[in-house]
Write a protein that binds this ligand. Structure first.
Ligand code: AMP
Ligand code: MG
Length: 485
């Protein structure tokens, strides 16, 4: 292991302050690795300059061949409820935290075995690395809280996943990697450290709550709020995370662990994509209910923090928990009303939104394109007969109600459309487009991935690229995703 003289400086607050909740370990060196995607914008936000990002020294650090002097690499311990069942022993089995830059975690995903790897190789296949890079950066482009991707690296090794395939390493950047599962681990196995973890979480993510009365109850409320907001954003964009286990839910409210996730094409609340989700536990429409299920698991870990009297703690936490669904709904309808170019939410607008979704469902309409076409209809750029709604008999009636909504009626049509187009992406990572791009990349041709990476940075603007990136041509093929190991 080489020591690298510093061009980047890591802090190590987790390793320093929560020593009992992590294991020190080193990434395996992946010699002759190659950077396939790099994120100059994110690097700049972190204070890493372009020349460093382009350097051999940088590649050495992020492929595990060198360790920065300032870095204390660790793997974090956590538990989690997977598909409803408690798994006490999880932890970072294929990820190593190098440290923090600008208060953000810098983690290598796929950098070899750790003390938590059990029988796993600790490595990642290249396909899921590129997929996470593209999708997480797209989520960021549409303002959905998410971990980010700094580098996607192709290792010079293959990994064995039923067959031999190219390996990769993702450099993931996150507000932190503290999960609901981290609290579950500490509550069950390190109860003496529960306050320490809660105080660390407060300091790092919710410093404004550090001095309020019953700060831990406020912390729980803040996490409920952040998670409710996050799921409302997912629902509004048609994102199906696919594996909402408690170990995959952050207390910072960022989307994390892009495994079998996908975006829906046609609006179908029952849709789920993951090959291992046998009964659709994590289907699109179940996501809000699972949000509450997961927060309930978090609430249990907060009982000793909130009050010595268990009954009182349960009562206080339940009161907060009971607000999570109404909070989610408020966020959701606010998101949806903005998508329709409406500013406020009231009973009438909620009915209008529900009716719209009902039409999309009954008529099997592409979710993403529906909002773009509605905008074009409204600003007279296309007729209904030229739109995705052309065979929908009830659309005219719905549109009449929509146009007569005070908030729409009183605003010039092109302004309403402009708002809609600024909020509804025309490009999403379409399932078969991304699948094809990954297949090409695995065979050594990165051009499709590079095209996607560019247009997904500006998803609201129609670009001079092939129309297949906009339309989905594969509606009728069922789409299945596989966990990103
Ligand atoms: P994930 O699918 O990323 O949510 O991971 C679930 C659990 O499996 C975590 O504890 C991971 O660390 C572990 N895991 C996943 N893939 C591997 C691997 N290739 N080697 C070791 N552990 C792994
Ligand atoms: Mg995970």
């Amino acid at each position: 292991m080489n020591k690298s003289s510093n061009n980047i400086f890591f802090k190590n607050s987790y390793a320093d302050e929560l020593q009992s909740l992590c294991e020190r370990c080193f990434p395996s060196p992946f010699e002759k690795s190659k950077v396939l995607l790099k994120n100059y914008e994110l690097a700049e936000e972190l204070g890493i300059n372009k020349s460093f990002l382009d350097s051999k020294q940088c590649l050495d650090i992020f492929s595990g061949c060198a360790i920065s002097d300032s870095s204390i690499p660790i793997a974090q311990a956590y538990s989690g409820h997977q598909y409803g069942n408690f798994n006490p022993n999880m932890g970072d089995g294929r990820a190593i935290l190098l440290g923090e830059i600008n208060n953000k975690d810098i983690q290598l995903k796929g950098s070899g075995q750790t003390p938590f790897s059990k029988n796993g190789d600790g490595k990642s296949a290249l396909g899921p690395v590129l997929r996470e890079y593209l999708i997480s950066e797209f989520m960021n482009s549409i303002n959905i809280p998410t971990t980010r991707s700094l580098l996607a690296i192709k290792s010079n090794e293959t990994v064995y996943r039923e067959k031999e395939i190219p390996g990769g390493i993702l450099t993931r950047v996150a507000k932190s990697h503290i999960r609901i599962g981290t609290f579950e681990y500490v509550y069950n196995f390190k109860p003496e450290s529960l306050k320490l973890l809660a105080d660390y979480t407060l300091k790092r993510h919710y410093p404004e709550l550090s001095n309020v009365n019953n700060k831990y109850l406020s912390l729980f409320a803040a996490i409920c709020d952040k998670q409710s907001y996050l799921i409302s954003k997912w629902m509004s964009i048609g994102f199906v995370h696919g594996v909402m286990n408690t170990d995959n839910m952050t207390v910072s409210g960022e989307t994390i662990d892009y495994g079998p996730c996908a975006f829906m094409d046609r609006y179908d609340p029952n849709i789920y994509y993951s090959s291992i989700d046998k009964y659709g536990r994590y289907s699109y429409k179940n996501q809000p209910a699972i949000l509450i299920w997961n927060l309930t698991k978090l609430a249990e870990t907060f009982i000793p923090l909130v009050n010595e009297n268990i009954d009182k703690a349960v009562k206080d936490l339940s009161e907060v928990l009971n607000l999570a669904m109404p909070t989610y709904e408020e966020y959701f309808y606010t998101e949806m009303s903005i998508k329709l170019g409406i500013k406020d939410v009231n009973e009438k607008i909620i009915r209008l939104i529900d009716k719209y979704l009902d039409i999309l469902k009954t008529e099997n309409i592409d979710y993403t394109i529906s909002f773009r076409d509605l905008s074009m209809i409204h600003s007279n750029k296309i007729k209904v007969s030229e739109s995705i709604f052309k065979r929908v008999k009830v659309f005219d009636k719905w549109y009449e109600d929509f146009s007569n909504t005070v908030n729409i009626k009183n605003v010039p049509k092109d302004i309403v459309s402009e708002h809609m187009d600024g909020y509804n992406p025309c490009y999403i990572p379409r399932n078969y487009i991304i699948e094809n791009a990954l297949k090409e990349a695995i065979n050594g041709n990165m051009s499709e991935i590079e095209i996607m990476s560019e247009y997904l940075k500006m998803p609201y603007k129609k670009q001079k690229i092939d129309s297949r990136y906009y339309f989905s041509s594969d509606y009728n093929q069922p789409y299945t995703t596989f966990c990103g190991t």
